[in-house]
Every structure is written in structure tokens, then in C-alpha cells.
Design a binder for this molecule. Structure first.
Ligand code: PGA
Length: 237
């Protein structure tokens, strides 16, 4: 399966820096053996989409509301993301679950909204360090999948252990392999399962070569074009 390298810019970048980064990605995106996606903050989606129009690098949102419109001050609806040029949306990232109290049910409602608006959802799951140390990582993740994915889910899953995000720590290759196998068993064939959490140019090739790793969701290293493109170039053919 062709791998996907997705960049999650989180709450970073202003117009000038985003234009520079998107311009570099546009120049570097041709001829890669993987799919490329960047998810800027909502304010930058239209500008970044404009710069990347016609290039193989797609644009996504970082969240959407479950309703298509209405009285929800400060929120962004899925059709708005689509209208601004997004084709994907990250849903249920652990920072959304922690900062905004998003539950599996919230995430599932957002998956429906995204799909209805023509966006491809990327649903994030992952355990805390305490849950891993208690031997509960797989049950936590499979429970999150059961609650977050509707029947007939057509999108991507991102396995992101919370303790690996932004810390420079990643699970052992055996642990990534075991978790991706457990997720595969749950979601069935045809769904790409990304690994996320401290993916960098120097560890990407080994992680991306593991069985059932269908790509990476990259935070910090996606803010630098050279690092992000180096991760994309590390995808096995
Ligand atoms: P990181 O973030 O690559 O900076 O660890 C990954 C993510 O949160 O998606």
C-alpha cells in the first residue's frame, strides 16, 4: 500500500512562514514514492492550498465540528475546511482529546461530518505512559477504535502513543509492530495505519519499513521542509 506522510503543524506558523514552507514542499513533492499531506492551522488552509494547487501535496484540517453549520462560536465546520481547499482532516488527536475533552463519541460524530463534507478523516488513537506501563495499551487503543470509528469507516487511523508525542521517545519496533497488527485486526484490510510520535528523519526509514505501518503523522519535524521531505523520502518503494 502506498504510504502517506502527513504533517500536523498544530498551532504554529504565520502567513509568511507558511508560504515559505508550502513553497519548499511544492518544489520537493514531485516524484516521491508516497502521498504527502500538510495540516496547517485553519487560518492558513486557503493560502497553503493555493500555493500547493496542482502539486501532489494535499492539504488537511486539524479538527472539525460535528455540525455542518450553526451557532458554535469559534468552531470550524467540515464544509468550511473543504471550501478552503482541504481534502483531509485529523480527528481525535490526543491534544484535542486532552484540551477539549473530546470523547470517542465526539470523534465518531466528527468522522460522520467530515465524510459527509467530502473530507477523508484521519482518526488518532493512542495510550498514555501509565496505560502502557499497566499493560493496557492494546485494550485502550482497541476501545478507542471501537468508539471512534463508525461502521464502514473509510479513512486512515493514526496510532500515536501520547508519551511519544513531542518527546523524542518512540516505542520499540516490536511494540509498534504489535500495536499496528492489533489495529489491523480491528479495522480490516484497506485502511492505512499511520504511526505518529517523534518521527524524525533519522528514525523514519526503520519505522516506515515495519509491517502494517502505512505512513507517518509528523508534528515537530513537519515544520521544516527539509526534515519533512527527508521523512517522505525514507518511505520504502
Ligand atoms: P511529534 O507530533 O512528531 O512532534 O511528536 C506528532 C503528532 O502529535 O501528530
Amino acid at each position: 500500500m502506498r504510504r502517506m506522510i502527513a504533517g500536523n503543524w498544530k498551532m504554529n506558523m504565520l502567513t509568511a512562514g507558511a508560504a515559505q514552507l508550502a513553497g519548499s514542499l511544492r518544489r520537493g513533492a514531485d516524484g516521491l514514492g508516497c502521498d504527502l499531506l500538510v495540516c496547517p492551522p485553519a487560518t492558513l488552509i486557503a493560502a497553503v492550498s493555493h500555493i500547493l494547487a496542482g502539486s501532489p501535496c494535499q492539504v488537511g484540517g486539524q479538527d472539525c465540528h460535528a455540525e455542518p453549520s450553526g451557532a458554535h462560536t469559534g468552531d470550524i465546520a467540515a464544509p468550511m475546511l473543504r471550501d478552503a481547499g482541504a481534502t483531509y482532516v485529523i480527528l481525535g488527536h490526543s491534544e484535542r482529546r486532552a484540551d477539549h475533552g473530546e470523547t470517542d463519541a465526539t470523534v465518531q460524530a466528527k468522522v460522520h461530518a467530515a465524510t459527509k463534507a467530502g473530507l477523508i478523516p484521519i482518526v488518532c488513537v493512542g495510550e498514555t505512559l501509565a496505560e502502557r506501563e499497566a499493560g493496557a495499551a492494546q485494550s485502550v487503543v482497541t476501545d478507542q477504535l471501537a468508539g471512534s470509528l463508525p461502521t464502514g469507516f473509510a479513512g486512515l487511523v493514526a496510532y500515536e502513543p501520547i508519551w511519544a508525542i513531542g518527546t523524542g521517545r518512540i516505542p520499540t519496533h516490536a511494540d509498534i509492530t504489535a500495536m499496528h497488527a492489533a489495529i489491523r485486526q480491528r479495522v480490516g484490510p484497506g485502511i492505512r495505519i499511520l504511526y505518529g510520535g517523534s518521527v524524525k528523519p533519522d528514525n523514519a526509514a526503520a519505522v516506515l519499513a515495519l509491517p502494517e505501518v502505512g505512513g507517518a503523522l509528523v508534528g515537530g519535524a513537519s515544520l521544516d521542509a527539509a526534515s519533512f521531505l527527508a521523512i517522505a523520502a525514507a518511505c520504502p518503494a
